[in-house]
Design a protein around this ligand. Structure first.
Ligand code: ADP
Ligand code: MG
Length: 454
């Protein structure tokens, strides 16, 4: 790696930190740039999971920074510690999985390398769930089976599930772990039925050591998937393979869930996560800030924890707002800045215009305003349109009618529906949740140009 290349890389990281402060992690510093080869900057990550996470969650922002810094359109490739530099078309990266399972599956959820047990703050509300998760990670299939974790949105269910995957993976790199969302399960099932490939489907789900399904409550009313999952469950259970499930409700509270599944879900350990208390929230805020390399004074952490009292995702959102404001205004983080950033309760700080929202969304998704205003309903257009409406509702004082007016004269019920749909997607899909965060960062006044190191 030549010195100029190294400088480029340092500038890329600096640009990324300034432009996407919330995406940036301490461990980005440990990435090792290997140099530019035929128009592609190759960077080595310190584990296959980190590579996977970077490739699936961070590619866009990294490329953008690379382009901003070099003024060229360079491609980017992340390697894991064992990947060869040369053979170009990288196989689709593994998710948590063993060599034999190393899945080519696009439906597997990406594991966030930060969702470890070390980064999970214990409190009275999650102590039991955490203890169970640790026990399972130590002895999959032998401690509690299944583990069923339930609780409200943003209370750490996904984090805990992924921590188990990461720990098992670390201890037994050849364990076959299959981690997916309930939607993934349903989609795969329907696809398999349609393609007449049920044998494949069964192999895929039954030849694993650990099956983790996030948000299993989406099985509600999906009778045929329930039926199939019942058999999957039995087969894994009999083979002492670990099953781990999360849900927003207790088994018996999931609407229209077959009785025999309800009872099986209770065979092992059912553990409810309660919202964190004040002390736990303070600690979580500090932990999250440290992950982002952010120097957050104690009084600010307390202020945030006092202001937001349930959903931990919102705690993180508050840190983001403060972080972005400090960056934009070049100020140190203190209580005054935190107060200004979060605004007085009930007010909307730094209200962006609809124009700014449209620019941010169309830029992010690569669509045109005329598409958003058109009647087209395909997903690639409908999702950005709904995101625009959601953000306009959240960040501006325009009425539902006015917002509908901006997007092709739609009526207020359409806007309401868009807001609801986006909200629930945000709560169920971490990838989408990240996207929203990235877009919301762009709603802030233009960031300072990062130091140009060319
Ligand atoms: P859920 O799946 O229950 O909706 P997540 O697991 O996605 O919630 O958690 C939302 C965010 O809150 C994640 O960034 C997660 O890391 C964080 N979080 C939740 N609980 C904790 C905890 N006890 N310690 C640290 N971070 C937490
Ligand atoms: Mg979740």
């Amino acid at each position: 790696m030549s010195e100029p290349d190294r400088q480029i890389w340092r500038a890329v990281l600096a640009h990324l930190r300034a432009t996407y402060p919330t995406l940036s992690r301490q461990w980005f510093d440990e990435l090792e740039p290997l140099g530019v080869r035929s128009g592609t900057l190759v960077v080595r990550a310190h584990s296959a999971l980190h590579r996977e996470y970077l490739t699936r969650q961070c590619m866009g922002p990294f490329k953008e920074s690379l382009q901003a810094v070099t003024g060229r359109l360079l491609a980017l490739r992340f390697l894991g510690p064992e990947d060869d530099l040369e053979p170009a078309p990288a196989p689709e990266a593994p998710v948590a999985g063993s060599p034999r399972e190393r899945p080519r599956r696009s439906d597997s959820l990406v594991i966030n390398p930060d969702y470890t047990f070390e980064h999970f703050v214990q409190g009275p509300g999650n102590r039991l769930a955490l203890a169970a998760a640790l026990a399972i990670a130590d002895r999959p299939g032998k401690a509690y089976n299944p583990l069923f974790v339930h609780g409200g949105v943003g209370l750490g269910k996904t984090h805990l599930l992924q921590a188990i995957c990461l720990r098992v993976y670390e201890r037994q790199p050849d364990a076959a772990i299959y981690y997916l969302s309930c939607e993934g399960l349903t989609t795969q099932f329907l696809d398999a039925v349609q393609a007449g490939e049920m044998t494949d489907f069964r192999h895929r789900f039954r030849d694993v050591d650990v099956l983790v399904i996030d948000d299993i409550h989406f099985l509600a009313r999906r009778e045929r998937t329930q039926e199939e999952f019942f058999h999957t469950f039995n087969s894994l259970y009999q083979a002492s393979k670990q099953i781990i499930l999360s849900s927003d409700a207790a088994p018996e509270e999931i609407p229209d869930l077959e009785e025999r599944l309800v009872s099986r879900f209770k065979w092992g350990l059912v553990s409810r996560i309660e919202p964190p208390g004040y002390e736990t929230r303070v600690e979580i805020v500090q932990r999250k800030a440290a992950l982002r390399n952010l120097d957050l004074p104690q009084d600010v952490a307390c202020f945030i924890a006092g202001r937001i009292n349930s959903n931990i995702r919102e705690l993180e959102g508050a840190i983001t707002q403060i972080q972005v404001k400090a960056g934009v205004e070049g100020r140190a983080i203190d209580l005054e800045l935190a107060r200004e950033a979060l605004g007085e309760p009930g007010s909307k700080p730094n209200e962006p215009t609809i124009q700014i929202i449209i620019e941010a969304v169309t830029g992010f998704y690569g669509v045109k305003l005329t598409d958003l205003q058109s009647k087209r309903r395909q997903r690639s257009i409908a999702v950005p349109r709904q995101v625009c409406m959601y953000l306009a509702r959240k960040h501006t004082r325009h009425s539902l009618e006015e917002i509908g007016g901006y997007f092709g004269g739609r009526d207020h019920t359409t806007v309401m529906h868009a807001v609801k749909t986006t909200e629930s997607r945000k709560n169920q899909d971490n990838g989408f949740h990240n996207d929203l965060q990235l877009i919301e960062e762009r709603l802030q006044p233009p960031t300072r140009r990062p130091v140009d190191e060319r």
